[in-house]
Design a protein around this ligand. Structure first.
Ligand SMILES: Cc1cc2nc3c(=O)[nH]c(=O)nc-3n(C[C@H](O)[C@H](O)[C@H](O)COP(=O)(O)OP(=O)(O)OC[C@H]3O[C@@H](n4cnc5c(N)ncnc54)[C@H](O)[C@@H]3O)c2cc1C
Length: 404
């Protein structure tokens, strides 16, 4: 049986950042990352908007604000150091009419309070000058918001970790966790593995992996699919920056946005609809057990009652492309149906409690020598270096490893 001092379950950006930070600080430990897929970063890490968020949205002094602002700085320095390409394309948050101005100004105050640098408030004329095809009466411009390929960042985290002596076991699904007095025995698709300490960062399976270890927890992961279109080559030149709506404060997601990518395309999306499978990347992918799991959770019905109108509209737009188009034409009136090409989807791992609240904050729960990350929502990719260090701080303290 393979034996380790520490196993990290989940080869996404959070697990890899954590594993890397552990070996940087505790180089004497024998550490492994276990990932069920054949390659690293195949789920949220490889299916997101690729935005290096600057930290505008989050409540001043909140954990997310600090993690995002510091995390973005650390991520940019890391990309510079490792030659990972990124671009500070800049971002506009656009108010379409007077009714959105109070919320836009609230974001303006938040961004400044969070220390986001070089923010500007633009009226219609300079906005038009920047993005001539865009509708809007006022916007916040954040020149330091950027884009990067988080899949590449995760690969580099993995390489750093291996260079420090860590082992990565892919196609290694953790199926059972038996906690003993001094260690945990993991039954995996690679055979049994013994570890003294265990940290799990399992994304959309965070709650199930926690339950395998017998640790109690409050939350259920609810998968929300976010699908993207991309603009045709003829229209993609019409968007040069990230363009976001003023978000609805009653909804945890940022709204459909225009995102230039490192590959030179422009994505439109993601929307946010309930996925019928934890890894439900397409509309028709249904996993009856996953769906039952969601539908029998009391929190889901509380959420559904609260957001049924918005959820139904979002579902309608997901199925009816002209409706999706009408929504984005409010920002880009020149777009037509043929300009939108179906691209791909991501599935957000969103933690929900029994009251139907979607948890906004990062959450870790602990057992004996085990720690389970239970919520790592956006902007966790931007913040991943910060989060990895924080997870090491907190778990090393809980495991009694001493300060490194
Ligand atoms: C559509 C979308 C857009 C987003 N846009 C942005 C953005 O622009 N900027 C930003 O900062 N953030 C964004 N995010 C959020 C960000 O992508 C996530 O917060 C981040 O990737 C979470 O990383 P993770 O490592 O926790 O999860 P994941 O990347 O999902 O990794 C979890 C890993 O655990 C593995 N795993 C699960 N169960 C087991 C098991 N039993 N055994 C072994 N392995 C297991 C999975 O295979 C997976 O690889 C977005 C997310 C989505 C879905």
């Amino acid at each position: 049986m393979k034996q380790y001092d520490l196993v990290v379950v989940g080869g996404g950006i959070v697990g890899l950042s954590t594993a890397r930070a552990y070996l940087m600080r505790y180089p004497h430990l024998k550490v492994a990352v276990l990932e069920k897929e054949a390659q690293l970063g195949q789920h949220q890490t490889g299916h997101n908007s690729g935005v290096l968020h600057a930290g505008i949205y989050y409540k001043p002094n909140s954990f997310k604000a600090k993690a995002c602002v510091s995390g973005q700085r650390a991520m940019i320095a890391y990309c510079d150091e490792h030659g990972i390409p990124y671009r500070k394309v800049g971002k506009l948050i656009v108010a379409l009419d007077e009714s959105e101005l109070p919320r836009l100004m609230d974001l303006w105050e938040r961004g400044n309070a969070n220390g986001v640098q070089d923010l500007q408030l633009l009226d219609q004329a300079p906005l038009r000058e920047m993005e001539p095809h865009l509708n809007g009466i006022k916007a916040i411009y954040s020149p330091n918001t950027g884009i990067v390929d988080y899949g590449k960042v995760a690969q580099q985290f993995g390489q750093d970790f291996q260079a420090l002596g860590g082992s990565i076991l892919t196609s290694c699904k953790v199926e059972q966790i038996n906690t003993r007095q001094q260690s945990s025995i993991l039954a995996t698709s690679h055979g049994e593995i013994e570890t003294r300490l265990l940290v799990t960062c399992a994304g959309v399976y965070a709650d199930r992996v926690r339950a395998l270890s017998g640790v109690e927890g409050e939350v259920k992961m609810v998968p929300f699919r976010g699908s993207y279109y991309k603009l045709t080559a003829e229209k993609s030149h019409q968007v040069t920056r990230l363009i976001y709506p003023v978000p609805d404060p009653n909804f945890p997601f940022l709204g459909v946005h225009f995102t230039p990518t490192m590959a030179g395309e422009v994505l439109v999306g993601p929307n946010a609809v309930l996925a019928f499978a934890r890894e439900g990347y397409t509309r028709w992918r249904v996993n009856p057990a996953d769906l039952l799991d969601t539908l029998t959770y009391p929190g889901f019905w509380k959420l559904a009652l609260q957001y049924w109108r918005m959820g139904t509209l979002e579902m309608y737009r997901d199925f009816v492309k002209p409706a999706y188009l009408r929504d984005i034409q409010r920002y880009m009136p020149s777009l037509e149906l043929a300009d939108l090409v179906t691209a791909w989807s991501g599935v957000r791992a969103q933690a929900m409690n029994r009251h139907g609240d979607l948890l906004d904050d990062f959450l870790v729960v602990y057992g004996e020598r085990v720690a389970h990350v239970q919520n790592a929502p956006s902007p966790a990719a931007t913040s991943s270096l910060y989060l990895g260090n924080l997870i090491v701080d907190e778990t090393a303290k809980a495991f009694g490893l001493g300060v490194a």
